[in-house]
Design a protein around this ligand. Structure first.
Ligand code: NDP
Length: 399
């Protein structure tokens, strides 16, 4: 029987379960491209429950224990003395969410001789050293599309939040003030602006579709071009390079995976090519941007604002400069972990486990690494290599 090691974020500070704001969530059966939402044989949770924290256990315990497997759930993931490292030695399956990633570095993979399957309960498997996973013939799978629309909604919120100066205006209310001039001195309309996405995959295309009614100019850069009819429907301009896109855009949103090709893509030189006063929204991965170049650009005014929900490492140390730089709209990594999204990625994780233990193939679109190479969605969207360097710094959080 297998040991399944599941790393989840901590429960709410006021205890588990929380008092829910709503009684139900809409049931999504298909995604915009026709792909079906997860189809496990069964689930042991009510959609809309908090599943991503330790007590939620992704709803997996009844299923795994009934099949005789051992499930270990922990939030203690960083450092050599962590519970994660202790259990890794004999784990066969590791499950982790990008919001609270259990970094699977080459060193850790070397300590896990039984490891066969690393599941990302969500999307984005850059917390795994993919090269080391290929070399060790570990399968890496994620729940493709489960929270792409959740993130696209968050991107639209953050674009509007920055351009319209929402957060400082809200703060004025909390502070008991009425300083209209202060609030509006940095407030603009999105209408008429040029908005570009780096990558037009599931999230990037979702952002383009959601922004089209705002009467903006739409731009995208992707290694694969969108179908001509989609470009035409959206009036979207394709760019061959990121440089060409950023030079004409007032708002840039990053929606590509983190892999060796995209690590630090937005460095000081790339940000210098952007229009002065552009807004940069990154909900993809923190490491796609150079941390200090972003801070310098927010301080100098080269960027009018930076927002996103992804950091490196995660959790971000308390002294991470993105917490305190001017004109930012950062959140912790939450966009893909709404209660709506959790129901889908918990079901998708269950589907992946059912297939693994049942000896059935995984859905092609869920695969990132398989059989010693990039596979499925991974072969389409990633490049071989490793993007986990520096992840050990996550252990500094809370110390
Ligand atoms: P998709 O695989 O649908 O889209 C990724 C797109 O990125 C593909 O179109 C791919 O292009 C493109 N791409 C890859 N490399 C490059 C590159 N070097 N330059 C330009 N484009 C590139 O994934 P999603 O849209 O669903 O998710 C994208 C990423 O968003 C995830 O990998 C993850 O990192 C992040 N994410 C964040 C979440 C959050 O909670 N903040 C939740 C979910 C995802 P092509 O395949 O055409 O070559």
């Amino acid at each position: 029987m297998a040991k399944v090691l599941c790393v989840l974020y901590d429960d709410p500070v006021d205890g588990y379960p929380p008092r829910y704001a709503r009684d139900e969530i809409p049931k999504i059966e298909r995604y915009p491209d026709g792909q079906t939402a997860p189809t496990p044989q069964g689930i042991d949770f009510t959609p809309g429950e908090l599943l991503g924290s330790v007590s939620g256990e992704l709803g997996l315990r009844p299923y795994l224990e009934a099949a005789g497997h051992e499930l270990v759930v922990t939030a203690d993931k960083d450092g050599p003395d962590s519970e994660f490292e202790r259990h890794l030695a004999d784990a066969e399956v590791v499950i982790s969410q990008p919001f609270w990633p259990a970094y699977l570095t080459a060193e850790r993979i070397a300590k896990a001789p039984n490891l066969k399957l690393a599941v990302t309960a969500g999307i984005g498997s850059d917390h795994v050293d993919l090269q080391a996973a290929m070399d060790a013939r570990i399968t890496v799978a994620e729940v493709t599309y489960c929270n792409s629309i959740s993130v696209a909604e968050h991107v639209v919120m953050m674009i509007l939040g920055l351009v319209r100066n929402y957060i400082p205006s809200h703060q004025i209310v909390l502070d008991g003030g009425w300083n209209i001039a202060d609030a509006v001195s940095r407030s603009y309309d999105l209408e008429g602006m040029q908005v570009g996405t780096v990558a037009a995959g599931r999230i990037g295309l979702g952002v383009l579709r959601r922004l089209a009614p705002f009467d903006v100019g739409l731009h995208y850069m992707d290694r694969h071009r969108l179908p001509a009819e989609v470009e035409e429907e959206l009036g979207a301009t394709h760019h061959e390079s990121v440089e060409s896109l950023v030079e004409v855009c007032d708002v840039v949103t990053i929606n590509c995976p983190l892999h060796p090709e995209t690590e630090h893509l937005f460095d000081a030189a790339m940000i210098a090519r952007m229009k002065r006063g552009a807004y940069l929204i990154n909900t993809a991965r923190g490491k796609i941007c150079d941390r200090d170049a972003v801070v310098a650009a927010c301080e100098s005014g080269q960027l009018a604002g930076y927002a996103g929900d992804v950091w490196f490492p995660q959790p971000a140390p308390e002294d991470h400069p993105w917490r305190t730089m001017p004109h930012h709209g950062m959140t912790p990594h939450v966009s893909g972990s709404s209660l709506s999204a959790q129901a889908r990625y918990a079901a998708g994780t269950r589907e992946i486990l059912e297939n693994y233990f049942g000896g059935r193939p995984q859905r092609e679109e869920y695969l990132i690494v398989d059989g010693g190479g990039l596979a499925g969605a991974g072969a389409h969207s990633y490049s071989a290599g490793n993007a986990t360097a520096g992840s050990e710094d996550a252990a500094r959080f809370g110390r």
